[in-house]
Design a protein around this ligand. Sequence first.
Ligand code: ZN
Length: 316
Amino acid sequence: MSSGKKKLKDLLQQSDNRTCADCGAHDPKWASPTIGVFICLKCCGGHRLLGPNISKVLSVTIDEWTDEEIDAMIEVGGNSSANAIYEAHVPDGVKPGPDASSEQRNKYIRSKYEHQEFLKPGLKISNRSVPQPSPPKENSFHAPSSSSNPTPKPECLDGAIGHLKITVLQGANLAVRDMLSSDPYVVLQLGEQKAQTTIMRSNLNPIWNEDLMLAVPEDYGPVKLQVFDYDRFSADDIMGEAEIDIAPMLTSAMAYGDASMFGDMQIGKWLKSHDNALLEDSTVNIVDGKVKQEVSLQLQNVESGMIYLEIEWIPP
Ligand SMILES: [Zn+2]
């Protein structure tokens, strides 16, 4: 762990930062370095509505933080210090609790940070701007596959129960769509959200090794996977599809709760059947305190093609 990340973890362990600055929910995993508070997933949605100029939200566990962003958090000193200012004069009964509706919560967050209604009279805080990271130096190393594709941003979708980090590992024996080969890319869809890999030029056995992030809504369905052939001159051709049933992973992850409390073991299984696209049974495992699942798929509605994935559950 880098020293910056360690400083951030230490700050998060401070007792006042073990509850959300806005609603008091336990174990917040998000933060706003622009304001200097740790917040829960539900309040994160309210902060996003304010826009990044007022509150830029980052995940403590998933996002890469710059040193400037970490220093900004440390400078404020945590939720108590921030609330001593932003909640100096909150009328009774106005502050939402952990079970507040998103409407109540978002209204409070807007009053607290944008309108600054609860400050000491006469006080007004101008928005601090957190410096943006400087562009990478020319001689710094970038893996070729990720250079054109920035690190995926986890979204704190309102009502999301957590995130899936889906690593698209590789494809094999994909279908030919151009003269001799194809330029494949993978699209994943969960509800309204879509995420896609980079395009691989003339490659029927591409190795992507790319992480895609999807927020999981409460009423989730399967993740839809589609492979396309990029075509410069016409609509992209489909090269097969498959559905990923995420219920076995989510139900076992929920049943075990905090996976870091357990040693490595198998906790669930998605079974191969003629109704699904699995090449083999896919087990859900706790590995190094994380819930992970390897998935091998036979693409459907196409003459050939397989896709290999690794899925990691990232709790809220
Ligand atoms: Zn909250």
